[in-house]
Design a protein around this ligand. Sequence first.
Ligand code: SPV
Ligand code: MN
Length: 626
Amino acid sequence: MNALKYLKQRLDETQFRKIGQIDNPALHEFIATYIKLLNPDKIFVCTDSPEDEEYIRQKALEYGEERALKTLGHTVHFDNYYDQARDKANTKILVPKGVDLGPFINTKDRDEGLREIHELMKDIMKGKELFICFFTLGPQNSIFTIPAVQLTDSAYVAHSEFLLYRKGYEEFKRLGKEARFLKFVHSAGELDERKTSKNLDKRRVYIDLESETVYSVNTQYGGNTIGLKKLAFRLTIRRAVKEGWLSEHMFLMRVNGPNGRKTYFTGAYPSMCGKTSTCMLPHENLVGDDLAFIVDMKGEARGTNVEYGVFGIIEGINQKDDPIIWKVLHSPNEIIFSNVLIKDGKPYWNGMGEEIPDEGENHSGEWWRGKKDKEGNEIPPSHKNARFTVRLEAFPNLDREALDAPCGVKISGMIFGGRDKDTWVPVCESFDWVHGVITKGASLESETTAATLGKEGVRQFNPMAILDFLSVPIGEYIKNYIRFGEKLRDPPKIFAVNYFLRDENGNWLNEKLDKAVWLKWMELRVHGEVDAIKTPIGYIPKYEDLKRLFREVLNKEYPKELYEKQFTIRIPELLAKVERIEKIYREKVKDAPEVLFEVLEEEKQRLLEAKKKYGDYISPFEFENV
Ligand code: SPV
Ligand code: MN
């Protein structure tokens, strides 16, 4: 097939001209192949022009995937009631025969998967319009840039991408044949009268590593459809492991130290574990909230935000705890609210700290208080995974320079955190890179949340908060991490945090904003400006330092007894955890590096020794300052 010739037939003159300006036969071939398969009635190609972006915005309204709200720039989008989160069961990595990615990664035979998805996609865009869009991961024309092309029949998906990513048409033109680009093909499939995906039994997200293409069909929820977000992530993790850098499920933020010092941290937390609220803390500066690329540049870890916007969870956002996000959501920014409650053109969500109307429209359609779903469950005003999509530019605390820096920023600290009621202390610094990678990152566990379909509150192994997205065997991924640190002159310090610790009666031991103090402490540790206490699991803060920081940062008393409770080293839980993690790596991870077992064994011995000396629950005051 002569791709350009075919495209000339299918596209009108204006659209064809836009494609023709990119000198990349592989791109033409890809687009032609999928136009033939998807068979749309109409095709629109988006350049980087404001008019083309406006076209997408208008189409989202015209086709009913979004509706305008009262505030200028605000729209609402609904996903099908049963399409509210990432569909782990139907998201699969396609692997050629003989390739085994291990038991944690959902895979499918490549030939079979490609056959199935191509069948599902055949003529699926009949009667619809196809949007062809170009974006980049990472800043344009930088050491991080990865160009990507998205084909979709959802103007909502395309619109979301215009909010979340940097435009890439000019980059494709500039790179021409050189572009090593990622490809995304999405169709929302048949829509119901509410313009939500109807054939959820045929919902599929298939990731083809070999051709770096992701297919997504019969779904609209962003985590299943926005190509450059979690779909691209599977592809970039693999590239990173092959090429020796890191593609991570991490925020990127600036913590402001004494005398105007700027220190950058990344942080990996499973969905709904405080990642977004950490990087948006008042007094600090935001660079990114979900995905980071980290490379080694002359022995320094340099990081960038892969994205340009935020697809954030809205539940619980209230004026007091999240003043910045609150303000962003109440200003005339371009925002897509999804799966919230709408009443008189205004969005409402659970936990917003304001009175919520007793009726309106939400992800279930017309809604009233007490309404039940088919399963007999009462439907809350908004879905737990309801979200807002907005450009980072809307945030007054954005570190714009860092966002656009072509060589990224130096990463001085990496944080790992999960939802853990009884094991980890609120903040702890690892002894060194390898200790951190293994006992913090690779040992991360968290209770499941509403960010994925399925039961909530179950403790699950989730190394580096990346398990849902992993596309290479865990062992290989961890080996790459360890090697990465060895290349660095001054590797980032690795910290673990736990915002969800409870006491023996099940009461939270921390308040939501306490994390602001942990961050300041970590910043000081990076620069060697505070001492710490050496425990079997790493360094923890001294009471005096926290007391001072609580006063300075939150203007709060910090009682000694509370500190002691929070930072008690819980030997039985910690030992059980080491054993649990070791067992997983022994039994379920084929290619775990030997050093992982050594480091876990050392940790265990330290815990046993401490237990012998001090018992099961050890006050932080027992340990020695260093
Ligand atoms: C997450 O769940 O980690 C998210 C939202 O950031 S999603 O796009 O669904 O992955
Ligand atoms: Mn995420």
